[in-house]
Design a protein around this ligand. Structure first.
Ligand SMILES: N[C@@H](CCC(=O)N[C@@H](CS)C(=O)NCC(=O)O)C(=O)O
Length: 219
């Protein structure tokens, strides 16, 4: 039995997009972040990252978490890569070199792209992008993204996708980390090939359907 814990308004979109692309059946348990609830310990609170039943599965109190038989994994990108190898067919790496490349893009996305993007998306979501503090935070994030995105831009000048000349788990992992930076339009002008690739990834039916379900969740 394969189970994914985590609402769609979280990094659970990474494994959930992969599973949608793969057409794999699974159970989805929409555990919500405790900080989004007024009283996470209330008896009638929905299952959240501080619920005792969830902490029994993953004491880290964060989503997503995956359980596949006896295997429990945390870290959205490790989960996504595992699912691609196990159930993803050609979405997963097909050779040792592709596996190494997929791991490289997972670490790259998680280390160099995810956190600057979090600063950008929250600054825009909080309506602070035009304040001096918000603008400074975005400028710092853009600076941290500069060398990583220059590298992606150079790669996509030569290739349509990240590995193997086809859409794979590597594209899902990087696209979902980069989505957090997407609200900052000047990046689209500086890195046109990167954001054209992102738009291509996001035009896939599995992504469109997932985002519709995500946006239907309470904000
Ligand atoms: N690096 C982890 C980050 C996990 C994480 O921070 N998850 C957030 C939601 S996206 C969470 O569950 N936060 C709960 C909390 O802080 O209480 C991953 O990629 O899975």
């Amino acid at each position: 039995m394969l189970t994914i814990y985590g609402v769609l308004r979280s990094r659970a979109t990474r494994p959930l997009w992969l599973l949608a692309e793969a057409g794999k059946d699974f159970t989805h348990v929409p555990v919500i972040q405790s900080y989004r609830l007024t009283d996470p310990l209330a008896q009638d609170a929905p299952l959240n990252t501080l619920s005792p039943d969830f902490l029994k599965i993953s004491p880290q109190s964060a989503v997503p978490v995956m359980q596949d038989g006896d295997l429990v994994l945390t870290e959205s990108l490790a989960i996504t890569l595992y699912l691609a190898r196990e159930y993803g067919g050609t979405l997963g790496p097909q050779t040792k070199a592709e596996l190494a490349q997929a791991e490289q893009w997972a670490l790259f996305a998680g280390i160099s792209i995810d956190l600057p993007g979090i600063d950008i998306i929250y600054t825009y979501a909080d309506g602070l992008s035009d304040t001096p503090e918000g603008a400074a935070k975005i400028a710092a994030a853009v600076e941290r993204l500069a060398r990583p995105l220059a590298r992606v831009e150079a790669h996509l000048a030569q290739h349509d996708y990240l590995i193997g000349n086809r859409f794979t788990v590597a594209d899902i992992m990087l696209a979902e980390c980069l989505r957090y930076s997407q609200a900052h339009k000047p990046l689209h002008q500086t890195y046109p090939k990167t954001f054209a690739w992102l738009a291509r990834c996001q035009s896939r039916p599995a992504f469109i359907d997932m985002m519709a379900r995500r946006n239907a969740e309470p904000a």
